[in-house]
Design a protein around this ligand. Structure first.
Ligand code: NAP
Length: 337
């Protein structure tokens, strides 16, 4: 079976996903696209052999669309995901599920009312070989009881429109999801600590920042966010257990040794660092759909990560720890996870 995918949003990641679904993923093809940037949508559609529609609603409704990939700006995700659920079409929704926890809850309630999963969240780190190895090592008990973790999330630079809060809602939302997943427990509270600001940060922007996450299991995670680090894209972490530690480093390609120095490259950006994970994520989504199921990170995961990001923004503004308050978890998201 070939899964025919409709794509909403053909910007940076939407266009990448169309290319992956067309050339790398087995068992899928892109049949329809929409973007308000009509020229870009037409180009992407032509390269994929897809129809460029005049609205996202038309993509959702199209007869030749079995499933939808949402890669529009985050505030549009709830309305678009809910429309897909109403149409009975499975969705891969890029992060974030929503920009407010109230909007995320609306998607959760729509899916819970439908009584089955439709939505997989685009938390691709869960498909990254390095993170999977960290998770396996923790689960196998190799480092004993996992107690705490330290994480680093650095970007070389960010666009002019990027603000300090976006480090929390757009970048660290991946860290919020990944530590919920690694420790298999919710984040109870978050504290965002301002740090001396880099002279290279945009006017009015606090960068770097440190977030301290207290997990419901008592573990503590410190996360550094530094989005103007200049030198590359650097995502690492170390989980500390009662018997040892497991660390995630940048994937190694080559090491240069010359003139008394040993050096290796750092990924330039998230596209380079996580390219293999995006492909595995999409292949897994398509394989699940072909088998008649939806798996991977759920709407609950998207909702919980959004709620943590919201608490982090409040902590950033008020300079104090903020508790994360979650709605009751519907039964749909407790079985088989
Ligand atoms: P982007 O380059 O700005 O692409 C978004 C596209 O959606 C733009 O072409 C935008 O057009 C278009 N758009 C605006 N309104 C729309 C509408 N009503 N319907 C359909 N399309 C509409 O942003 P991006 O970096 O690709 O990010 C898209 C989403 O993916 C965001 O939620 C982002 O957080 C997420 N993302 C996830 C990852 C990851 O690692 N999983 C990485 C990158 C991005 P205009 O530019 O004309 O507004």
């Amino acid at each position: 079976m070939t899964v025919r995918v409709g794509v909403i949003g053909t910007g940076m990641i939407g266009a990448d996903h169309v290319a992956r679904l067309t050339t790398q993923v087995v068992g899928s093809r892109v049949s329809a696209v929409f973007d308000v940037a009509t020229d870009r949508a037409a180009q992407v559609a032509a390269a994929a052999g897809a129809t460029s529609h005049t609205s996202w609603e038309a993509v959702v409704a199209a007869d030749d669309v079995d499933a939808v990939l949402i890669a529009s700006p985050g505030h549009l995700h709830p309305e678009q995901a809910i429309a897909c659920i109403a149409a009975g079409k499975p969705v891969l929704c890029e992060k974030p599920l929503a920009t407010t926890s109230a909007d995320a809850l609306r998607v959760l309630e729509a899916e819970a009312a439908a009584g089955r999963r439709y939505v997989q969240l685009g938390f691709m780190r869960r498909y990254d070989a390095g993170y999977l190895d960290v998770k396996r090592t923790m689960t196998d008990g190799v480092i004993g009881e996992p107690l705490l973790a330290h994480a680093i999330h650095r970007n070389a630079t960010v666009p002019d429109f990027f603000r300090g809060e976006m480090s929390l809602t757009d970048s660290l939302v991946h860290e919020f999801d990944v530590f919920r997943w690694l420790f298999d427990t919710e984040i109870e509270s978050v504290t965002v600590l301002p740090v001396r600001t880099s002279p290279l940060a945009a006017d009015g922007m606090r960068d770097p920042q440190v977030a301290v996450l207290r997990m419901a299991g008592g573990q503590v995670v410190t996360v550094e966010s530094f989005v103007n680090c200049q030198y590359g894209y650097d995502v690492r972490c170390e989980v500390v257990g009662s018997l040892g530690t497991v660390g995630l480093d940048n994937p190694r390609t080559t090491v240069v040794i010359t003139a008394g120095r040993r050096s290796e490259s750092v990924p330039a950006d998230w596209q380079e660092r996580f390219a293999p994970a995006y492909t595995v994520e999409l292949q897994s989504w398509v394989d699940d759909l072909a088998a008649g199921r939806v798996g991977g990170p759920s709407t609950w995961d998207g909702y919980a990560a959004t709620a943590v990001a919201e608490a982090a923004v409040q902590s950033y503004a008020e300079g104090r720890p903020v508790d994360v308050r979650l709605a009751e978890r519907p039964a749909l998201y407790t079985a088989g996870e």
